[in-house]
Design a protein around this ligand. Structure first.
Ligand SMILES: *Cc1c(COP(=O)(O)O)cnc(C)c1O
Length: 379
């Protein structure tokens, strides 16, 4: 028998597309009557833009946000009818590329607005675009003075086919932060200057700030992929991703012996150690190495938590399975690094980062496995 990729992998990443669709429905209901879009930048946060975007389209999602123009072109080949916005804005000299792939730049400056308007004039029909206003995050977006100059420039505005006014919240995951209401009020004032243009402010966490933040279209990313958009409350989303590593070896060591590079972890008792086939090349952060004072990271075997011991290395990592029944910690058994028992937010927190970074830095060496595909209509 020819082995499957899973048979030969040290670790398997499973992406549950049914959970992606469920999460889109949860967010749609939560923000209704606003339409729910999707941020699928960065290869859908590392999960694979092809399967993820097709699942979202089947759920009913029609508006998508990518970062780079090339991500937009890749998505266009997957979803011929979607509305695709490019958050990076309009790259100089690339208007024809955007138009060829039917991409809508989220314009961030007067110079970009002039370039897109000029391209539209040359073509005869101005192609759609978004205006991305900076309402205080001071990241991408029109600075207020440039946006006011555009709004005061009737001919330039008339030469643009603006299909969306958008802005981005800096502190949406902190519901009590004063910046949220300030940005919302600045956005509302801009919106009154562009009557009839659909508006979009909320990312995943923004949807949970309440109905005054959701406007016409939302742009969730992380929550679709199972991250918690309400960090101070239980996660309302379904888990989507799990990473399971194979146990390669189990050994027993004596008290006083150490595990891994640098001998950084020392056994206080006779210890059963399981070596897992996943390391930092697979996207397991080296920062998950045991650290003493802050308490160790854990993985789950048959639903039971086992501490990570010693340093995570390139290909393997070690865990303490002394307290597990021998049969559950057997060679070949799977150990969950994150998934149903250990959330992506918890694992990221142990590594001193956020679930966004954990997902987008996952390597490519494990076998990828998609579940919950809906069959194509008529197929
Ligand atoms: C990434 C991004 C989003 C999605 O953010 P999440 O926090 O993942 O929901 C929405 N809007 C903009 C402008 C973004 O850059």
């Amino acid at each position: 028998m020819t082995p499957t990729p899973q048979d030969l992998a040290g670790a398997v990443l499973t992406v549950d597309l049914a959970a992606v669709r469920d999460n889109w429905f949860i967010l749609s209901r939560r923000a209704g009557p606003a339409r729910c879009g999707a941020a699928v930048k960065g290869d859908a946060y590392g999960l694979g833009v092809g399967p993820v975007a097709r699942a979202l389209w089947q759920a009913g999602c029609r508006s998508y946000f990518v970062a780079r123009p090339a991500e937009g072109a890749e998505l266009r080949a997957i979803l011929p009818q979607a509305e695709i916005y490019v958050l990076d804005g309009l790259f100089a000299g690339q208007a024809a590329y955007y138009a060829a792939h039917d991409l809508r730049p989220a314009l961030i400056s007067l110079a970009e607005a002039e370039a897109w308007a000029a391209y539209g004039k040359a073509r005869g029909v101005p192609p759609p675009c978004a205006l991305h206003a900076d309402t205080g995050i001071n990241r991408l977006g029109f600075p207020p003075d440039e946006l006011h100059a555009l709004l005061a420039n009737g001919p330039l505005l008339a030469a643009l086919n603006v299909s969306l006014l958008m802005s981005h919240l800096a502190c949406a995951d902190e519901p009590g932060h004063a910046m949220n209401a300030r940005q919302r009020d600045a956005f509302a004032a801009l919106r009154r200057r562009l009557p009839g243009v659909p508006a979009s402010l909320a990312n995943s966490s923004g949807i949970f700030l309440g109905s005054s933040y959701t406007y016409d279209l939302t742009r969730p990313g992380l929550a679709l992929y199972g991250g918690n958009p309400t960090p101070d409350a239980p996660n309302p989303m379904q888990p989507v991703v799990s990473l399971e590593a194979r146990i390669l070896q189990v050994k027993t060591i004596r008290p006083g012996e150490t595990v891994g590079y640098g001998g950084s972890w020392q056994a206080a008792r006779q210890t059963r150690v399981a070596i897992l086939g996943a390391g930092y090349r697979d996207g397991v952060p080296r920062a998950l190495s045991s650290r003493g004072a802050q308490g160790p990271a854990h993985v789950a075997i048959a639903g039971q938590r086992c501490p990570v011991i010693g340093r995570v290395s390139m290909d393997v990592m070690a865990i303490d399975v002394t307290d597990l029944p021998a049969e559950s910690a057997a060679v070949g058994a799977p150990a969950e690094i994150f998934g149903r028992h250990i959330s992506i937010d918890e694992a990221a927190n142990w590594a001193g980062t956020i679930s966004y970074e954990l997902l987008t830095r996952l390597g490519s060496r494990y076998a990828r496995h998609y579940t919950g595909q809906e069959s194509e209509p008529g197929a």
